[in-house]
Design a protein around this ligand. Structure first.
Ligand SMILES: Nc1ncnc2c1ncn2[C@@H]1O[C@H](COP(=O)(O)OP(=O)(O)OP(=O)(O)O)[C@@H](O)[C@H]1O
Ligand SMILES: [Mg+2]
Length: 151
């Protein structure tokens, strides 16, 4: 597949404090806002980022603290690509983890719907994980083109 021209990108690294879930979501929204997304597209992206970052914080690092890495790219044809990575415990069985309602943490009122939300809100999602090494979630979404209003 032909590589699309990148028109902007950013890299962020923050500790896995729960307060940083909101920070990551706001950064993702600010990055995408430059490309004039619709309100719904922005809400979907913020939700997806929240789910992936929360997973890194609560599952990847559990009661420890480690770094969460977020990179974002926007291409000329308005495809936003977001990668969220941790160096936490990793996932033993990714296929199982992707199933709706599957959670390893039911005691803390987790519903096992995070990955399902990401899959539904974004155009694509890929999860790469190595037990003991960490997890990477890569998601993309194409923004619709809105004609500029003059005046
Ligand atoms: N970054 C991660 N590191 C380690 N395990 C993960 C990570 N992300 C997800 N998982 C595993 O995949 C399972 C499913 O994740 P998912 O986000 O779908 O549900 P959940 O986090 O358990 O619940 P919810 O997101 O609805 O609160 C988790 O319960 C956890 O076992
Ligand atoms: Mg989750």
């Amino acid at each position: 597949m032909e590589r699309q021209e990148i028109c902007n990108e950013m890299r962020l690294c923050f500790p896995s404090y729960s307060a940083n879930e909101g920070f990551a979501r706001a950064c993702a929204a600010a990055f995408c806002a430059q490309s004039n997304p619709t309100f719904d597209e922005l809400s979907d992206i913020k939700c997806a980022v929240s789910e992936a970052v929360t997973n890194a914080i609560v599952h990847g690092y559990r009661s420890t603290v480690g770094d969460v890495y977020m990179t974002m790219r926007m291409t000329e044809d308005r495809v936003v690509r977001i990668e969220i990575r941790d160096k936490g415990c990793g996932i033993e069985d990714v296929q199982k983890a992707l199933q709706p309602l599957y959670t390893t943490d039911p005691a803390n009122e987790r519903s096992g719907m995070g990955f399902t939300v990401i899959e539904n809100f974004m155009d694509s999602m890929r999860v790469v994980s190595t037990p003991g090494k960490g997890t990477k979630v890569i998601m993309t979404k194409k923004l619709t083109v809105i004609p500029r209003i003059r005046g």
